[in-house]
Ligand binder design. Structure first.
Ligand code: DC
Length: 222
């Protein structure tokens, strides 16, 4: 169980709902460390490579259990360290996101990462971002949010992000990948992507990033 002494705020939602930049900024404003749990799934995906999810379960579990996760810095400047180093940019691609989604259906992966996430939540007051933070990992969080947006809006945002990073971006392919990843994340048996009953759901399709941050900070401070 998560520590009830620590202050935990959770932000869940699908890929491209604007969670990452909003979560970082909200963490800074609320004085909480920022935990990007998608990065933990991505770290495993990168370590195992494209066919990682098809490896024997015992091998996946052993590789994951040997990885160490820690947080450096604070607020918006918090960095997740994997085996003592920040996650490389190579982990941020759509491709690695797909591999991470494949691994995320495996209960053994979710179980090991749930424990690692809860351990981090015992070391610091956290804003934890992911898919099942409010439902499974930190059910006793003091405030829970679920960000969503239409698949088309999410695909355009992702296209803009990739273009800004100088990476190739094909809108149709991104939209297709988002739809497939949503389908897999929503329909998996273990910790499906759904809002917690007590989460505040925010549709970000028509909202600026500033507006979403304000809404979260106001609600979490109330
Ligand atoms: O948020 P992201 O795109 O970096 O996450 C990558 C994948 O990891 C995503 O498709 C689903 C999975 N994930 C998860 O299942 N649970 C989390 N708490 C975070 C991510």
């Amino acid at each position: 169980m998560a520590s009830s002494e620590r202050r935990i705020v959770t932000i869940d939602g699908p890929a491209g709902a604007g969670k990452t930049s909003v979560s970082r900024r909200a963490a800074g404003r609320l004085g909480l460390a920022y935990l990007d749990t998608g990065a933990m799934f991505r770290a495993l995906a990168l370590a195992l490579g494209p066919g990682g999810h098809a490896l024997p379960e015992g091998e996946i579990a052993a590789r994951l259990a040997a990885m160490t996760f820690s947080l450096a810095g604070s607020g918006a400047e918090t960095t997740l360290l994997v085996d003592g180093a920040p996650l490389p940019d190579a982990a941020r691609t759509e491709e690695v996101g797909g591999w991470a989604s494949n691994l995320a259906v495996l209960p053994v992966v979710r179980e090991i990462l749930r424990r690692a996430q809860q351990a981090l939540g015992q070391c610091a007051d956290l804003l934890a971002e992911g898919r099942d933070m409010g439902t499974v990992v930190f059910p006793e969080a003091s405030r829970k949010f679920f960000l969503t947006a239409s698949p088309e809006v999410r695909a355009s945002r992702r296209e803009r992000q990739l273009t800004a990073l100088g990476k190739p971006a094909d809108y149709a392919a991104i939209l297709d990948a988002i739809r497939r990843r949503d389908d897999q994340d929503i329909h998996r048996a273990a910790s499906p992507l759904i809002p917690a009953d007590d989460a505040l759901v925010i549709d970000t399709s028509e909202l600026s990033e500033d507006m979403v941050v304000e809404r979260i900070v106001t609600a979490a401070s109330a």
